[in-house]
Write a protein that binds this ligand. Structure first.
Ligand SMILES: Cc1ncc(COP(=O)(O)O)c(C=O)c1O
Length: 353
């Protein structure tokens, strides 16, 4: 899909197209004697040196600039939100008319696409992945209806762990005149550079990323969307004015200065993953370990639900995924520290012997 064939404005909900965004005090001035935003001018409780009594930058200019440099895109192509979950919700709200439009998902996949769509009264069309968790491009293309506004693809996929084939994703990007979201929450673990380099080629591409995984910052709730300047422009207009708080911004900006530390985490977790696989292979009840490009493993194990319950009762919590399509008797196990992984293997051996 090139930019002459793609008409972004025709996809945007009419009420969003004409929306006059809220203008907040900090849009106009952020220096001087600030008596414009009804803040507490004296200070904050508890006292803090970071001017927490003042609202944060509504545009997140510094963070967006740093993140753009890290992913080699333009600052105008970066949106920052309260986790990628905020970006998922905003995209649905921008492009899908409630009660009329639909999104497409490819289960088994991350659950929030469906939840966000349902909250917004948007229909969800499901086109399952193949049993080997690859994309069925023909089935996706055949299922596109005039109401399909967004196709959500997750790569590496949660809960299956695998990267989706890039050519398959490209075919969908080329064919579909709506928005294609590629959720790259786990991309740093995969060794693949993802789709960030292809923003200029595909005007309908939105990439979701997060600091919750490889950066180990799930607690600060910082998610990112990368897309054309026009799409990001709509996201900025619809978001709550001060959606990313100062403490989060500050931690995320620090993280951008320590990319090698993130890379060392990725390396360590990938090594732990290899160790976990080697150990799981020795457990007879483990029938299959799916290949993983992420920081978790999907395994097929005898009596998965009982094993999950038993493990949780002894304090080791993994995720039962046996209720998802193509995931019969499956557990999703996050790669932990070496000590945690040792305890997990010991407990699995004990429970299943
Ligand atoms: C595929 C995928 N996307 C998005 C998220 C949510 O990320 P965030 O913490 O940025 O909201 C998750 C979290 O588990 C995920 O697995």
């Amino acid at each position: 899909m090139n930019s002459t064939e793609f008409d972004l404005d025709s996809l945007v909900r009419p009420n969003i197209k004409v929306l006059t965004p809220y203008r907040c005090a900090r849009d106009d001035y952020d220096q001087g004697i600030l008596l414009d935003a009804n803040e507490n001018a004296i200070g904050s409780v508890p006292a803090d040196t970071r001017a927490l009594n003042r609202y944060p930058d509504p545009h997140q200019d510094e963070l967006r600039t740093q993140y753009a440099a890290f992913r080699n895109v333009k600052m105008e192509q970066v949106f920052c939100g309260v986790g990628s979950d905020e970006a998922i919700d905003l995209l649905i709200r921008i492009f899908c008319v409630p009660g009329r439009d639909e999104i497409m998902i490819t289960p088994p996949t991350y659950g929030m696409y469906k939840v966000s769509a349902s909250i917004n009264d948007v229909f969800v069309r499901a086109v399952p992945l193949e049993p080997d968790f690859s994309l069925n491009v023909d089935a996706v293309v055949d299922a596109i209806s005039p109401q399909t506004r967004i196709i959500f693809l997750c790569s590496p996929n949660n809960p299956t762990g695998n990267l989706l084939n890039k050519d398959a994703i490209r075919q969908i990007l080329q064919h579909f005149r709506g928005i294609v979201v590629v959720d790259e929450a786990y991309v740093d673990f995969s060794g693949d550079e993802g789709f960030a380099g292809q923003l200029d080629e595909f005007p309908n591409l939105v990439i979701l990323q997060t600091l919750s995984k490889s950066f180990g910052l799930a607690g600060i709730r910082l998610g990112i969307a990368l897309a054309s300047e026009q799409i990001i422009g709509y996201m900025l207009r619809v978001k709550a004015p001060y959606n990313v708080n100062k403490l989060t911004s500050e931690a995320a900006i620090q993280a951008m200065r320590q990319i090698p530390v993130m890379q060392a985490f990725v390396k360590a977790l990938n090594n732990e993953k290899k160790w976990l696989i080697s150990q799981l292979e020795t457990i007879p009840a483990v029938k299959k370990i799916h290949p993983s490009d992420s920081n978790f493993l999907l395994i097929v194990i005898d009596n998965a639900y009982e094993v999950y319950k038993n493990m949780a009762d002894t304090g080791i919590v993994v995720r039962f995924r046996g209720d998802q399509i193509h995931c019969d008797s499956a557990l999703r196990i996050t790669v932990g520290t070496h000590k945690e992984n040792e305890l997990l293997i010991a407990k699995l051996k004990e429970i299943t012997s």
